[in-house]
Design a protein around this ligand. Sequence first.
Ligand SMILES: Cc1cc2nc3c(=O)[nH]c(=O)nc-3n(C[C@H](O)[C@H](O)[C@H](O)COP(=O)(O)OP(=O)(O)OC[C@H]3O[C@@H](n4cnc5c(N)ncnc54)[C@H](O)[C@@H]3O)c2cc1C
Length: 461
Amino acid sequence: MNKIEARLIQSLNEILSPDRVLTSDEDLVPYSFDGTAALKQRPGAVVFPLTAEEVSECVLLARRNNVPVVTRGSGTGLSGGSVPLDGCLVICLVKMDKLIEVDEKNLTLRAQSGVITKEIDDACAKVGLFYPPDPGSMKISTIGGNVAENSGGLRGLKYGVTRDYVMGFEVVLPDGTLTFLGNKCVKDVAGYSMKDIFIGSEGTLGIITEVILKVLPRPKARKTMLALYDSMEDAAKTISAIIAAKIIPCTLEFLDRVTVQCVEDYAKIGLPTDVEALVLMETDGHPVVVEEEAAQMMALAKANGARDVRAAADEAEGARLAAARRNAFSALARVRPTTILEDVTVPRSELAAMVAFIDAVAKKHKLQIGTFGHLGDGNLHPTFLTNERDHEEMHRIELALEEIVEETIRVGGTVTGEHGVGLAKKSFLKRQLGEGSYELMRSIKKALDPQGLLNPGKIFD
Ligand SMILES: Cc1cc2nc3c(=O)[nH]c(=O)nc-3n(C[C@H](O)[C@H](O)[C@H](O)COP(=O)(O)OP(=O)(O)OC[C@H]3O[C@@H](n4cnc5c(N)ncnc54)[C@H](O)[C@@H]3O)c2cc1C
């Protein structure tokens, strides 16, 4: 494929206004990387369209000149999905940030792809509605990026992930065609479910420009609790006991010892730093049910060995307790210059063993790993604290990650629960999927994008 040339930049300036076309070296630096450590590559130009038609024209121009296109939202991705190819065209959607409609009659919301995730839920809250997916990055990530990564969040256990809320979207295909997949209908079985192929396709099949999302009535009450443990096994046993008691909390998150220590250093919440695990529990719904479930969950935590269980008196205190989990990444990121936030998911029955395995791998390779994640759905984030300039330590991280991923696959898990494959996980994908499903995915990419225009080299070569 080709790199962008001056002639093509001139054409981009004609399609968009010149202030929405970046080409100078200084301007391109911030678009050379995303949230994934140690992956960088300078693009040839970055453009900021305002409409789907402009996106389509840019794609057509790139197609005619055989220049690869990388779509970008806020660049918070943790698998290198929006890292550019050398000299490529980056189409950044952050200026397509109009919230078009909150439809209270149909319980849907329509927005351009560049709208920030939190603004979606804030707009819902104003009219008593609720958009549940809440990735840790929700204050900065775009809804388009969430759909492209099929992002999950802290409320995934009860409410599911982004896919469960996408009813339809407008998408620019690799040949520049503008099409709409899906609609506002709750039931729709007309033809193939094409939208499902695009959800989680990480910018490799099309550029999503507008979305219709399903929203829910806002739960009337919520209760937040923290349980502290001297053993990870007891924390895991509590989770099993809660599920066995037929309670589906909206949040069951955990932090390991290393992460609790970092969070306390950072946020001064008043957590003891000698605990082996901290579990954040939340239940929401009708006030009576919430009170009953909260009491049951606290009793189950105590019965399963929690050293201490605290319940928030009100929403404000709940937010303060939840901050322990929400601050985990920032707290860990302060410790060393480079933070590598990993993402593996195992069947829930394997959780305690997997956390112990990660701990042992950290000791074996003399690495600092803080692990936190979504205990309720088996999604773990082993977080490597390192310095990318220390090549020897980075090599030990590669070995450790290899072992963690191998173990994940061995116990029937997945190499990514929510961050996607991108560049970071592509060497592991075939091992998890096996030849058949891996080739099926590649054949879908070839059928929809025969020229390999959109995000080439991501997910697979
Ligand atoms: C501190 C932190 C916490 C995080 N917590 C979570 C979490 O809890 N759960 C979770 O799932 N993720 C989490 N993430 C990862 C990341 O925020 C999500 O993957 C998010 O959805 C990316 O959105 P973005 O707008 O930044 O997309 P980008 O990073 O810009 O892009 C991500 C991918 O989507 C593609 N893309 C972006 N927009 C479009 C579009 N409109 N059409 C087609 N393709 C597109 C890009 O090409 C790229 O492959 C976290 C990241 C950070 C830094």
